[in-house]
Design a protein around this ligand. Structure first.
Ligand SMILES: [Zn+2]
Length: 452
């Protein structure tokens, strides 16, 4: 592999404490040097990437994606998912365990890693299930799963209801040192629910999902976490109340981190009235006040990580044949007939996110909610820390050459027909965004270059 030099970009690396014009030299898949622009003599035979006007940042890491492989090739595969990740600027993604079969054995983890190796795109970390079959009863073999490549444990998609199981899982996590990512949902309160409980659910005539469905579970789980020594990560936090509980638990020295998704910090439940199944997820889009609480928590450090919860679904799983005409996207749906409300409640949860996350996060920067360095902390440095990827999340010499080059000025319109992901389920169709990945570099190799 030829040495690679990224010249004249604005390097933003919060871990190294750098924000300015720097050149980056990559040799043999590692950062060889990081020096103020013009200070480095390019070695013989170097390949140069002109990064003037662009941001050069440590590769973005998404700790929460669903790649549906093995098991659901009509939704996504590891190949298409990792290519979509690279196109979105992600150099590493952590793929959740709710595949078929579930990733609860080393064989499945090894299958995922093997497919990822063939993809030549972003890196994949297999997230191990916490319990066998995601059934919430018997723990997986934590050590064997770590040995096979897991660096995070989660039954995401389903909550762990049984407290005794959770206590044992925290014990394992404390021993092994990798975090457990919790999907916080009290299912007694979410049954038949389609969207946030509030004006929108009332107007549409669908069952609402109350804030308490999240808050009750976060409260219970953090109470168990305090003193357990386990690193605990709250997935896709969506409510002001949930955020307050995280703040309180930290004061009691719980080892807790949490993530927010672009859809939860960019949209409120009014988007559900327009996009219906393509704005349906668990937890649901919340109120405007919750969105503002997420913004404050992203800025003040309560939220550690931006993660996409990329959740591809085919149109049939979203019941779009029946529901699409009711949710035209350009105006609000009206009161649904009882059987349409039931169909909506049965539509699959989740939206795709890998190819829109960076543009949406940049919107926070452009609006002044967070600065660029904070965005990189949320999307690279902290995710690397959570997964204990010591050689990632920074461009300091010796780090692994996983680099995202961002064009912060490029304006584009979200068009799901152009997604590399196999699925199109997004509520951001037609949205104008500013900023996109220009180059995604993994281990010194360009795995995605935007067509200009
Ligand atoms: Zn989840």
């Amino acid at each position: 592999m030829r040495p690679l030099m990224l010249r004249g970009g604005r390097v933003i690396d919060p871990v190294a404490g750098i924000d300015g014009a720097y050149d980056v030299l990559v040799i043999d898949g590692e950062i060889e040097a990081l020096e103020p622009a013009g200070a480095l003599a390019p070695p013989e035979g170097v390949e140069t990437l002109d990064c003037s006007g662009l941001w050069v940042v440590p590769g973005l890491i998404d700790v929460h994606v669903h790649l549906r492989d093995p098991g659901f090739p009509q939704k996504e595969t590891i190949l298409t998912g990792l290519r979509a990740a690279a196109a979105g600027g992600f150099t590493t993604v952590a793929a959740m365990a709710n595949t078929s079969p579930v990733d609860d054995t080393p064989e499945v983890a090894r299958y995922m890693i093997e497919r990822a190796r063939e993809a030549h795109a972003s890196r994949l970390i297999p997230v191990s299930a916490v319990t066998r079959g995601l059934a919430g009863r018997e723990l997986v073999d934590f050590a064997a799963m770590a040995e096979a490549g897991a660096r995070l444990y989660s039954d995401d998609g389903v909550p762990i209801d049984d407290e005794a199981v959770l206590v044992r899982a925290f014990g394992e996590a404390a021993r092994i040192g990798f975090a457990i990512s919790l999907h916080e949902e009290d299912r007694a309160l979410t049954e038949h629910g389609a969207c946030n409980a509030g004006e929108v659910s009332k107007r549409l005539g669908v069952t609402g999902i109350p804030v308490a469905a999240e808050a009750r579970r976060v409260r219970r789980d953090l109470a168990i976490a305090v003193g357990s020594g386990a690193p605990v990560h709250i997935a896709h936090i969506s409510t002001a109340e949930g955020i307050e509980l995280v703040r309180a638990a930290r004061k009691r020295r719980a080892n807790v981190t949490c993530e927010a998704t672009p859809h939860h910090f960019m949209l409120d439940d009014s988007a559900f009235a327009r996009f219906g199944p393509n704005a349906k997820m668990a937890p649901p889009l919340r109120s405007h006040a919750d969105v503002e609480a997420l913004h404050a928590a992203l800025a003040d450090g309560t939220i550690d990580v931006i993660a996409t919860d990329h959740a591809p679904h085919d149109p049939a799983s979203k019941r779009l044949n029946r529901l699409a005409p009711l949710f035209p996207g350009d105006r609000d749906a009206t009161q649904l007939a009882a059987d349409d409300a039931e169909t909506l409640a049965g539509a699959a949860n989740g939206i795709v996110g890998l190819e829109t996350a960076l543009g949406l996060a940049l919107e926070l920067v452009n609006r002044g909610v967070i600065d660029a360095a904070r965005m990189i902390t949320l999307m690279s440095a902290n995710p690397a820390r959570l997964l204990r990827l010591d050689a990632q999340g920074t461009l300091a010499p010796g780090a692994c050459a996983d680099i995202t080059v961002i064009d912060p000025k490029l304006e584009w319109t979200v068009d799901p027909a152009k997604f590399i992901s196999m699925s199109r389920n997004t509520p951001f169709t037609g949205r104008r965004l500013k900023g996109k990945a220009a180059f995604t570099i993994v281990s010194g190799e360009v795995v995605h270059a935007a067509r200009s």
